[in-house]
Write a protein that binds this ligand. Structure first.
Ligand code: CAA
Length: 382
């Protein structure tokens, strides 16, 4: 049964998603990592269970789940398989510019098919020369009659080339800096859209990371999001609302690694007793659990702020992503240490979890950028 029938009850909803993740996602995680291919079966599972519909409003065919429920879902999926958790996180990332700035027609055109999972969404901000300095993009759009003509390319785009719906940011007035950036909905089938290099990655191997190339790409004027010049703010506001999802992915990864370390420590016997009897191991497990819990609370806190429609969320979203991703890196690394030689081998998922955790410190803004966002907010607050 799809999860939408229990959306009112967050606890029951998350238990249902945990069960789906344990029964159907976890057994696929190692094979997804080994193959490096996008797990269409997992996308179908999330679609059938209405999990992909969670971030979309009910009036457009979505479930209209709270942000708290959505981050909890990403966490539970990522506890079993971070690539599968990312499918939901990126569906939200690619669609949030439309949610924030889209008009009625745009929402009606795109949301029902994104909510049903028929279409995937992607977010095209990063370029080869503009990562942390997102405002330094070179891709530009010129209006010609009833079309914008886009030229340039985007790099490291999650689900790039698989997504039908791409939120793309491009300069419409280069003289105005970040105020000259506009946002567009670009469909994969628009003339002049093509997919370039597909990246080979260290982790989250089942997600496709691609280059998107625009060669005189024709985008109808009705696909401009908001007004010309609003693109950078739309991108920043989107990231404020989706960094908690990456925090949740990190919490899920860390919890998965902690689960594994605890169960291994209880059954691994050395010197005639389970290694869990050693305080050295107990202290490690205690520190790991404390980091996971602190990270989870930061993620849930900002999710609830989003649900309350609070305005000043940048700092809290950045803190949640920063702390949770650092926790995921530490905890997955420690899990390998608890498992010793076995942890380093592919027989156990600890090494995959550590490889998957690394990207959470980098994408949706490096943790150095998160610190910058936090510090800027601190220094401008009264
Ligand atoms: N909300 C609303 N407006 C915002 C904002 C926010 N959170 N942050 C900035 N702005 C506004 C500013 O108020 C300013 O407006 P005015 O011109 O009217 O004053 C304008 O945007 C420019 O802001 P800044 O001067 O602060 O811009 P900056 O060039 O110094 O850059 C930055 C700020 C925070 C460093 C930004 O470039 C940034 O976030 N960089 C990281 C990019 C990033 O996270 N990329 C991730 C790509 S997506 C991804 O990774 C997805 C994936 O694979 C899954």
């Amino acid at each position: 049964m799809a999860v939408s029938h229990i959306i009112e009850d967050e606890k029951a909803l998350i238990e249902a998603i945990r069960e789906i993740a344990q029964e159907k996602v976890a057994p696929r995680a190692a094979a997804i990592d080994a193959s490096g291919e996008f797990p269409w079966d997992m996308k179908e599972l999330l679609a059938q269970q209405d999990i992909l519909a969670m971030p979309f409003p009910a009036e457009y065919g979505g479930v209209g789940a709270s942000e708290l429920a959505t981050v909890m879902a990403i966490e539970e999926l990522s506890r079993s398989c971070a690539t599968t958790g990312l499918i939901l996180a990126v569906q939200q990332l690619g669609s949030t510019p439309i949610l924030l700035a889209g008009n009625e027609v745009q929402k009606q055109t795109y949301f029902p098919r994104l909510a049903s999972g028929e279409w995937l969404a992607a977010f095209g901000l990063t370029e080869s020369g503009s990562g942390s300095d997102a405002g330094a993009m070179q891709t530009f759009a010129v209006r010609r009659g009833d079309k914008y003509i886009l030229n340039g390319s985007k790099r490291f785009i999650t689900n790039g080339g698989l997504a039908q719906v791409n939120s793309i940011f491009a300069l419409t007035d280069p003289a105005k800096g970040t105020s000259g950036i506009s946002a567009f909905i670009v469909e994969k089938d628009f003339p002049g859209f093509s997919v370039g290099r597909i990246e080979e990655k260290m982790g989250i191997k089942g997600s496709q990371t691609a280059e998107l190339i625009f060669t005189d790409c024709e985008v109808p004027v009705e696909n401009l999001l908001g007004q010309e010049g609003e693109g950078f703010k739309i991108a920043m506001m989107t990231l404020d609302r989706t960094r908690p999802g990456i925090g949740a992915q990190a919490v899920g990864l860390a919890q998965g690694a902690l689960d594994l370390a605890v169960s291994y420590a209880k059954q691994r016997v050395q010197f005639n007793k389970p290694i869990a009897d050693n305080q050295g191991i107990q202290f490690m497990l205690a520190d790991m659990a404390t980091k996971v819990e602190a990270a989870r609370l930061l993620v849930y806190n900002v999710a609830e702020m989003i649900d309350r429609h609070e305005k000043q969320i940048s700092k809290y979203a950045a803190m949640a992503k920063l702390f949770a991703s650092d926790a995921a890196m530490d905890v997955t690394n420690d899990a390998i240490q608890v498992l010793g030689g076995y942890g380093y081998m592919k027989d156990y998922p600890a090494e995959r979890m550590m490889r998957d955790a690394k990207i959470t410190q980098i994408y949706e803004g490096t943790n150095q950028i998160q610190r910058l966002v936090i510090a800027r907010a601190l220094l401008t607050e009264l």
